[in-house]
Design a protein. Sequence first.
Length: 81
Amino acid sequence: TISQQVDEENKISPTIASSGDSSVEWERSFGDDNSVTTTLKPNDSVNVEWSDGAWTANVNVPIDGSDITGTNVGIKRDVAF
């Protein structure tokens, strides 16, 4: 993995595994623990993680032509007592 900090808010990280599999991750920071990270694995999936303080949302979409069957969406919140 080689990461490139494009500017204060954006970082791009392409990865090539020894098996030849590749992925590209783009992280966009909005400050105050807020960010969106998108990971593309060609011919496999797109994963988006949105962190907004204590809230985190994840969307994972398998890539299979134009079919979106198997899409997973998760939302969680960290709660401190």
